[in-house]
Write a protein that binds this ligand. Structure first.
Ligand SMILES: *[C@@H]1O[C@H](CO)[C@@H](O)[C@H](O)[C@H]1NC(C)=O
Ligand SMILES: *[C@@H]1O[C@H](CO)[C@@H](O)[C@H](O)[C@H]1NC(C)=O
Ligand SMILES: *[C@@H]1O[C@H](CO)[C@@H](O)[C@H](O)[C@H]1NC(C)=O
Ligand SMILES: *[C@@H]1O[C@H](CO)[C@@H](O)[C@H](O)[C@H]1NC(C)=O
Length: 646
């Protein structure tokens, strides 16, 4: 049926869908049923989420603050144009990525060989365009540069390299000079800092290292492991400041890492913790799961540190012998992989008497990280037959070694039946908005017997089926975010057995999307908070201490709710209306409520926050005064999430 509905002054023509939009009465219990875990709303981090073999993603070129692309020529084929991805010649220098006869480290076999031709009077050298085909420059920041160089053949050259940032037209924005000596035939690390003295015109800037063209004529110099970092913000993690700030806004209870799919495409290319820790020069990099090389600059230590900086509990995955290409390590060969998992866990929590615990201490963190949960693999329902044995072997050995940890199974719950019986399961859901609303009862029927569940990845990834099938979404919409919100009221109700839930994917470069929608978008300039971001933030920053039971919503209805108390003391009511008409929700309360704040997220169902319209839908808070009442009618606006703190 088509009706005209007046909504906030503008007329909206809508189709009434099949869900029931009758007014509801919610009778609230006088006693809380359970504490809500502080970990309930968290984040899942995939090191990468990208397309087209361009390396700008949520790790490199995204969350990780490194500004140079292809900084260490990791996993590229020497002597090919592709190996120079991100780099260009300045003033006629010859550039080749070579397999160095004396590499800077066993992990980094390649270096950039630069030849300086004769007859040049201008500066000669090379530049890096950054991850976005340009580098955004902050005139208030101090930049740190590091690189290694050596002369393959000793020479009498003595001079200064100019290291800095230039505009696309070659105007210097800021630089410093470092001494370069032709006598240096072994690798020398140069560390320098500089500030930008000139405000940039735009983001079309590049990093450069140049020598005086006349003085350097005829020289050949090898460079390796070049890095340009903005100021460190999150401990040692070199996180991009604006993305880190948006993650902080979510006040996440946990961070799940390093994947997800990032655990590996193949056995050989699996994520290995030991290749991601220590000096950058010792990190070989890896062909990642999304078709391009990962620097592994955002390694295990950085991820654990980010957890501390965010106040989030780590949920750390170990590679369980299954890769995305479907190849599984045979049980007979599994022990070295279990040993590598033991080493990984010891790096996180082992005493400093273990090799790996001592390694953590040398990085400045002698105390163990606050690790409680370890996930055995990722989405092992993709090979559940082989998981039977792999689960048994991993969990038996790891729980003997680490009785204090809880191990999470990643296959489908009880399909197949695993032994030992998992105490924790990770459940992933990618569905339509209405599926999420109708499945907000998903966990209601589960046994309360100590078995716990994680929603490690979920998202409404399409529109509802408007007749021609669900349409994939580029950005979360109001409709998709409200489907998730309805589901999340059910997660709050079931948070006696669900200890965590995370939207996935977390981060996405808006210009280069491999999997959409994502919670947070970003480009060279900005970070974009989606409608789903605001739903996550409203739940996370309004997480009650205790859950208070109330009338169970109709799963086929249009209104969903949950009630809780905080320590303030205050009562928290969340109401989601996925329908197109206002609904009167009458709360019948065993206590009185008076004044408070009501925050509402609402908009037309197809609207998204996107780069062209980043704040199309944002929460709006108002204060409310109620005549101290035990029967309170809240009119839930169409297509809305309301949080009432009274
Ligand atoms: C990491 O450790 C494994 C053994 O567990 C070893 O095979 C591999 O070479 C190591 N990688 C690096 C980069 O040290
Ligand atoms: C708890 O219930 C789940 C679901 O029915 C079952 O798989 C599991 O074995 C039970 N756990 C215990 C400890 O009884
Ligand atoms: C919801 O709708 C489905 C299918 O339309 C039906 O099978 C189910 O019984 C309904 N549930 C309730 C609680 O009304
Ligand atoms: C819904 O609530 C509004 C305001 O409290 C009231 O005017 C209206 O009559 C109610 N509608 C129904 C159907 O109860």
């Amino acid at each position: 049926m088509m009706i005209g509905l007046h909504l906030g002054g503008f007329a909206l023509i809508v189709f009434l869908d099949l869900c029931r939009a009758t007014d509801v009465t919610v009778t609230v219990s006088s006693t809380a049923s359970h504490a809500i875990p502080t970990t309930l709303w968290g984040l899942t981090f995939e090191a990468s989420n990208d397309v087209n073999h361009v390396r700008f993603n949520s790790g490199d070129g995204g969350l990780y603050g490194e500004l140079l692309k292809n900084r260490a020529f990791q996993k590229v084929t020497p002597n090919t144009p592709e190996a120079l991805d991100g780099w260009h010649s300045i003033g006629g220098a010859g550039l080749t990525v070579i397999a160095d006869t004396t590499p800077v480290s066993p992990s980094l076999p390649n270096s950039l060989q630069v030849t300086f031709p004769s007859g040049k009077i201008l500066p000669v050298g090379f530049g890096n365009e950054g991850y976005f085909g340009g580098i955004k420059v902050d005139t208030t920041a101090t930049y740190s540069v590091s690189f290694f160089y050596r002369f393959p053949t000793a020479s009498s050259f003595r001079g200064n390299a100019v290291v800095g940032m230039q505009t696309s037209t070659g105007l210097s924005l800021g630089s410093t000079t470092v001494a370069i000596s032709g006598a240096q035939t072994t690798w020398l690390q140069v560390i320098a800092t500089f500030r930008q003295v000139q405000a940039p015109f735009n983001n079309n800037n590049f990093f450069s290292i140049t020598l005086d063209g006349t003085a350097a004529a005829g020289q050949t110099v090898n460079f390796a492991m070049l890095s340009l970092a903005p100021p460190l913000t999150f401990g040692n993690a070199a996180v991009r400041v604006d993305i880190g700030a948006v993650l902080t806004e979510l006040q996440p209870g946990f961070l799940r890492f390093p994947g997800g799919k990032n655990l590996g495409n193949s056995i050989a290319d699996r994520w290995q913790w030991n290749a991601t820790v220590g000096a950058l020069v010792n990190r070989p990099g890896r062909m990642g799961s999304y078709g391009y090389v990962n620097t592994d600059g955002l390694g295990l230590f950085e991820l654990l540190t980010i957890c501390e900086d965010l106040g989030a509990k780590p949920i750390m995955a170990v590679y369980s012998g299954l890769s995305l290409d479907g190849e599984a390590v045979p049980e007979a060969d599994i022990l070295p992989y279990i040993q590598q998992a033991i080493d990984q866990i010891n790096f996180a929590i082992g005493p400093t008497t273990t090799v790996q615990g001592a390694q953590r201490a040398t990085l400045g963190h002698s105390a163990p990280f606050a690790l409680n949960w370890v996930e055995i693999g990722n989405e092992d329902f993709m090979s559940s037959d082989t998981y039977l044995a792999r689960w048994q072997d991993f969990v038996t050995i790891l729980s003997q070694k680490f009785p204090q940890l809880r191990f999470i199974a990643s296959s489908n719950v009880n399909n197949p039946i695993l032994a030992p019986d998992p105490t924790h399961w990770d459940v992933h859901m990618f569905q339509t908005p209405s599926w999420f609303a109708q499945n907000s009862m998903y966990y209601d029927g589960f046994q309360r017997n100590g078995t716990m569940y994680l929603e490690g990845e979920y998202a409404a990834t399409t529109s509802n089926d408007g007749g021609s099938g669900p349409a994939p979404l580029t950005f979360p919409t109001v409709e998709s975010a409200l489907g998730e919100a309805a589901f999340m009221t059910g997660i709050e109700r079931n948070s006696d057995i669900v200890f965590g839930a995370a939207y996935s994917p977390l981060l996405n470069n808006v210009g280069s999307s491999q999997q959409s929608p994502s919670l947070i978008g970003f480009d060279i300039d900005s970070v974009y908070r989606s409608t789903s971001f605001y739903v996550q933030k409203l739940f996370s920053t309004n997480r009650p201490v205790s859950y208070v039971p109330s009338t169970i919503p109709d799963p086929n209805g249009s209104v969903f709710w949950s009630v809780g108390t905080t320590a303030n003391p205050a009562h928290l009511f969340k109401v989601v209306n996925i329908g197109n008409t206002p609904v009167n929700v009458t709360f019948v309360l065993p206590f009185t409520v008076a004044s408070g704040t009501i925050t509402v997220l609402t908009g037309s169902p197809t609207v998204s926050n996107s780069p062209s319209s980043p704040s199309a839908v944002v929460p709006v808070a108002t204060t409310t005064t109620l005549a101290a009442t035990r029967s309170w009618v809240y009119v839930a606006p169409p297509f809305s999430l309301s949080i009432m703190r009274v």
